[in-house]
Design a protein around this ligand. Structure first.
Ligand code: IVH
Length: 680
């Protein structure tokens, strides 16, 4: 075989193998036997071996995994991957439908009902019909580049089927592991003495985030495609048409997707899916309903993070009955003792549950929860199961009330009641439990993203006295790590590198990493939008903090008491000396970055939420009260004291029409609204 012949045969084989693979994995309708497939595959391998320069990057032989990565690079989504608002019951689904009617002025709106798959959202990018890259959802704006791992999922086409495809096609879908395959995978792991996955979704997520794609290739991942990203060079009128087209291009589309013509059909679909839930091959946690007509979708538009034309209808949490075997107190990052019940293991929605949180002593007293009790437990989504009811009728004899210990179960120091609160807290500064959980939080993905520092390693480093605060991480040397149990040279080098890279984390992640009580990921982002640097945040006062939307008194107090603590100040100073001192400017600036808007009075054509979303999209803040820091006051009908105060302070005041004109200057998409025309 000469090179030209090889080239022709290679192309032929690729087409044939792709086609058979599609029939087998997507359509579940194979035409040839496994033996025949393997023969063709081997022929391809042989030719590629002889002519390595002819190997196509998307060849079927490239689906088995390749080089091990050091870390994932990031991939920015060309259109943000939004999330969905939730309807928690049938009434909220009906409210959604009524909102659609009101906003469109139509009586009936056709929707598509889809099962809400409980896996991991991903994006796949195709250029000129060839698979180019794929990413996780990440924070919605940037995800991790998991291209090599996605290639190992046999359902994902490497080349789109058919003759016509867009220049650019981005599709979104959910990677899942079926219930059966999850059980099998866990059985294998048990045999190998490996840690078990808690549920199919964690198994899917863990498998997709493997740095070694050969490992991913051995995991039974599947995918359903359900949404578009950016598409160039293809038009469609309805979501259903798009789903049909997805199928033609070779993507797996959920066969349970269905047109629902009106409110009654939507509710019927919700009920049907909830009934079928247990018998489905994979986990679903609700339904998603989407407006079918694309023009109508565009008319309805988006909020900042969620579309107005779709909603997730969540199923009720599942419950089970089991017995409490013991109760233990766990010490968290802030020193608070949380009582946790160890349960007789029980299956709950496809997962074995053996622990449940009891929250705090008051909760235990209120429900009178005792060791030995039979209890109703509930698991809602990914949340840790909780005890919702004690079956007093089944209470065994001789049970006694439970009380949290008066001393910390880890360091033995006396615990204190948190002032005004229900929690008991270990306030011993050097309690290793707090230090360890604090470090775990600091290094976690969404915080400093330091890879390779698991619980066991942290335990060893703290016990060896090498880590007395998170700042000590940056003083770690190779030789410190080399002495650790089961820690090779390569892992040590990787860890040191990962620690170094973390010095450049953006402000929001660093704020989150600090572990300020009550400041989670979202509020960290809010704060990073508002303050220039860590110093700026530490210097803020109650008034400034409360003026920020979403920051209430409790959070403000918690930030201030964190900032006032000399140990925290010292820790931050050391971090800064190690170069961890991000500034807001490190992020891309938006046109209204840092500006503060206050809305007052009722607006005629925009809802307050829409108006706030508009300015937030441009980088500004929406605040609830007027202060010297306010840049613009948008004043609607009958606005009172805020308007007076703004006048007093000489703040720029706009009416609704002026505001809309001002905003339009920035080329933003306005919420579609006929009423707006009346203003002009
Ligand atoms: S559509 C703008 N459809 O649910 C709409 N999402 O909070 C984008 N999900 O992150 C999503 N099944 O990972 C859509 N049939 C379905 C879905 C689905 C599961 C996930 C998805 C998304 C989350 C929404």
């Amino acid at each position: 075989m000469n090179k030209d012949q090889a080239k022709i045969r290679l192309e032929e084989l690729q087409i044939i193998l792709n086609e058979h693979s599609h029939r087998y994995y997507v359509l579940d309708d194979p035409l040839i036997s496994d033996v025949e497939y393997d023969k063709l595959f081997r022929e391809l391998q042989d030719i590629e071996k002889e002519f390595p320069d002819l190997i196509h990057p998307n060849s079927p032989t490239k689906r088995v995994g390749g080089a091990v990565l050091e870390e994932f690079s990031t991939l920015e989504h060309s259109m943000p991957m939004l999330s969905l608002s939730n309807a928690l019951n049938e009434d909220e689904l009906k409210d959604f439908y009524q909102r659609l009617r009101k906003n469109t002025g139509r009586d009936e709106i056709e929707l598509i009902g889809e099962p809400k798959l409980d896996g991991l959202g991903v994006e796949l990018i195709y250029r000129k019909g060839e698979f180019e890259a794929g990413a996780t959802r990440g924070d919605g704006y940037t995800g991790e580049d998991i291209t090599e791992n996605l290639k190992t999922i046999p359902q994902i086409p490497m080349k789109l089927r058919g003759k016509i495809f867009p220049d650019l096609l981005e599709v979104r879908g959910e990677v899942i592991i079926s219930k059966i395959n999850f059980e099998k995978l866990n059985k294998e792991r048990e045999k190998m003495g490996e840690k078990l996955f808690a549920n199919p979704r964690n198994a899917a997520a863990g498998s997709l985030r493997q740095l070694d794609s050969k490992v991913t290739a051995h995991r039974p991942l599947e995918i359903f495609i359900y949404a578009p990203g950016k598409i160039e060079g293809f038009e469609y009128n309805t979501h259903m048409d798009l789903l049909e087209q997805f199928k033609n291009w070779g993507f797996p589309v959920n066969p349970m997707n269905q047109v629902v013509k009106n409110e009654d059909e939507m509710i019927a679909y919700f009920r049907e899916m909830e009934t079928d839930r247990e018998s489905m091959p994979y986990d679903i946690d609700g339904i998603v309903v989407k407006v079918n007509d694309i023009a109508l979708q565009n008319q309805l538009g988006m909020r900042t993070r969620t579309p107005r034309w779709a909603i997730a209808g969540k199923f009720k949490a599942r419950t089970e009955i089991t017995q409490i075997e013991s109760i233990v107190a766990q010490v968290g990052r802030t020193g608070v003792l949380t009582p946790v019940a160890n349960l007789k293991p029980v299956q709950l929605g496809g997962v074995v549950v053996s622990r449940a949180t009891l929250h705090n002593q008051d909760e235990i007293d209120r429900k009178d929860i005792r060791v030995g009790d039979w209890v109703v437990i509930e698991r809602a989504g990914d949340v840790i199961p909780k005890v919702i009811k004690v079956l007093k009728e089944r209470r065994p004899k001789n049970t006694v009330s439970y009380h949290l210990p008066e001393t910390c179960p880890v360091c033995g120091a006396k615990v204190q009641r948190v002032e005004g609160g229900v929690a008991l807290k270990c306030v011993h500064r050097d309690c290793p439990a707090q230090l360890k959980t604090g470090i775990e939080h600091f290094v976690s993905k969404r915080a400093m993203n330091i890879d390779g520092l698991g619980e066991k390693i942290i335990d060893q480093l703290v016990d060896a006295g090498l880590l007395t605060s998170v700042a000590d991480l940056y003083a770690l040397k190779f030789k410190d790590l080399a002495v650790l149990e089961r820690f090779g040279e390569k892992s040590a080098n990787n860890l040191i590198r990962s620690i170094k890279t973390s010095q450049k984390r953006p402000l929001s992640n660093v704020i989150y990493a600090l572990g300020i009580p009550n400041v989670g990921e979202y509020l960290a982002r809010v704060l990073s939008d508002h303050f220039e640097s860590l110093d700026d945040l530490l210097a803020s006062d109650q008034e400034t903090l409360i003026a920020i939307d979403d920051i209430g008194e409790i959070v403000a107090e918690s930030i201030i008491s964190f900032s006032n603590d000399p140990d925290n100040r010292k820790m931050i100073k050391v971090l800064q000396e190690y170069g961890i001192d991000p500034h807001a400017g490190d992020r891309g600036e938006k046109p209204l970055q840092g500006k503060i808007f206050v809305f007052t009075g009722s607006l005629e054509t925009l809802t307050r939420d829409d108006a706030k979303d508009l300015v937030r999209d441009l980088g500004a803040k929406a605040s609830g009260s007027v202060s010297a820091k306010t840049d613009y006051l948008v004043s609607g009908e009958s606005s009172g004291s805020k308007l007076d105060k703004a006048r007093e302070l000489g703040i720029k005041i706009m009416n609704e029409k002026e505001f809309i004109l001002f905003i339009k200057e920035f080329d933003v998409e306005m919420p579609d609204n006929k009423e707006q025309m009346k203003l002009f």
